[in-house]
Design a protein around this ligand. Structure first.
Ligand code: AMP
Length: 396
């Protein structure tokens, strides 16, 4: 019995959701604090997604990540969670050691700290939230769920980088990310289609974007690699890039490593190519030629990299779109479908425009679905499981 708080702590945002632990993962409330460091702003939503409260902290300098999290924790315990039994965290990197959710103690925390350089945009923020809760509620169990864990069972060849063995032995390998989302989709697919077991590509297209090739619900290959910078064109990240381009920036453009990092993580991708925005809605609404080019490149890379994953799978039976763009942008789904027409994949444009759960035509050789992801529910489920109260996951 009791409630579970799920946290996804980023550099300027803190997303959260509260779930009942029995039945496991019934959502009670969710929300986010945005613009931490500027003018923090809290939005609370009920289980149906309707906004139920908003709050602002105009004196930003007094509202740090820590004070905001403790205020939120107090508020949640007062209003929504009479008996908070555990906190589940999204932790981006579990390295080679953490292949499943784990209860966090000081030893686990220091091993996760060592992985911060592998996910510079996320890991340290994820772990700061763990520390804040350890200090504020010392006895409260905290569980880490990793974005890398779902990919752990991939064949070794899919994880190898063609670097000298001394480096690969030191942890330089392809890990893959968005694993919490992919695990949730794999479970949903299993529920939706009992025949599921075929070769499926899941396209997680949000601000961060990647593809996962799955067989029998397990990850076989994925587009993100050593870091979450690899693979598809993203909102502000460049995706796959000739490593020689990085050398060029360092040696010929005399950029320092921190500036290259900022360029590749924050100024590239859809934002860099369009010169306009990282937000797909803005690009789809724009007539600017560079916005068109950014969309064209986004779609081109999805189709190109999906085709490589089809080789890893030896064919394709299903394609799933998920996350902000995948769930809400029929124009992008349609363009990707056209580029993958060589597979015998056909989109039913009316079903696609309606956002139906299945958007492929009956004659399509590949079943194409839209499945909303729910990383928080997956985290709640694992957290309940780790503290011993999960059996089955509620559907809403
Ligand atoms: P996420 O990271 O999953 O929250 O996804 C964020 C991305 O989804 C942004 O690029 C948004 O522009 C995009 N997105 C959200 N809603 C829509 C929509 N209705 N149409 C097109 N893109 C959308």
């Amino acid at each position: 019995m009791g409630e579970i708080l799920c946290l996804n702590a980023g550099s300027s945002s803190l997303k959260f959701a509260v779930f009942a632990s029995v039945p496991v993962a019934r959502r009670i409330v969710a929300g986010q604090i945005e613009d931490i460091g500027l003018e923090p702003h809290l939005i609370l939503r009920d289980a149906e997604g309707a906004t139920i409260a908003e709050q602002r902290w105009p004196e930003a300098n007094k509202a740090t990540h820590e004070t905001l999290l403790v205020t939120l924790l107090d508020q949640i315990e007062e209003q929504f969670a009479r008996e908070l039994v555990a906190v589940g965290h999204r932790v981006v990197h579990g390295g080679s050691d953490f292949t499943a959710p784990v209860r966090i103690d000081s030893d686990v925390l220091s091993r996760l700290d060592a992985l911060c350089p592998l996910a510079p945009l996320h890991q340290s923020h994820n772990l700061s939230a763990v520390r804040t809760i350890m200090a504020a509620r010392p006895g409260l169990p905290q569980i880490a769920c990793f974005d890398t864990a779902f990919h752990h069972g991939q064949p070794a060849v899919a994880t190898r980088l063609a670097l000298p063995r001394v480096l690969t032995a030191a942890g330089m390998r392809r890990y893959g990310f968005h694993g919490i989302s992919y695990e949730y989709i794999a479970r949903r697919l299993g529920e939706l289609d009992p025949r599921f077991g075929g070769r499926v590509i899941v396209a997680h297209l949000g601000n961060g974007a990647s593809l996962c090739a799955m067989q029998n619900g397990r990850s076989v290959d994925t587009t993100m690699g050593f870091t979450a910078l690899d693979g598809l064109v993203m909102g502000t990240r460049c995706g796959a890039l000739d490593p020689g381009a990085v050398l060029f920036l360092l040696q010929e453009k005399n950029m320092i490593p921190d500036a290259v990092e900022h360029l590749l993580y924050n100024e590239s991708g859809l934002l860099g190519v369009s010169g306009l925005s990282s937000d797909m809605r803005v690009l789809l609404d724009s007539d600017a030629p560079f916005a068109r080019e950014a969309i064209e490149l986004f779609v081109w890379q999805i189709a190109r990299q999906a085709s490589a994953l089809i080789a890893s799978l030896g064919g394709l039976d299903g394609l799933v779109f998920t996350a902000g763009i995948g769930e809400n942008a029929p124009a992008i789904r349609s363009l990707v479908g056209q580029r993958l027409g060589w597979l015998g994949l056909e989109i039913d444009e009316k079903a696609n425009d309606r956002g139906d759960p299945v958007i492929s035509a009956p004659s399509s050789r590949v079943t194409v679905r839209v499945i909303p992801t729910d990383e928080e529910r997956m985290i709640a489920f694992h957290t309940a499981e780790r503290i011993g109260c999960a059996r089955t996951m509620a559907k809403n």
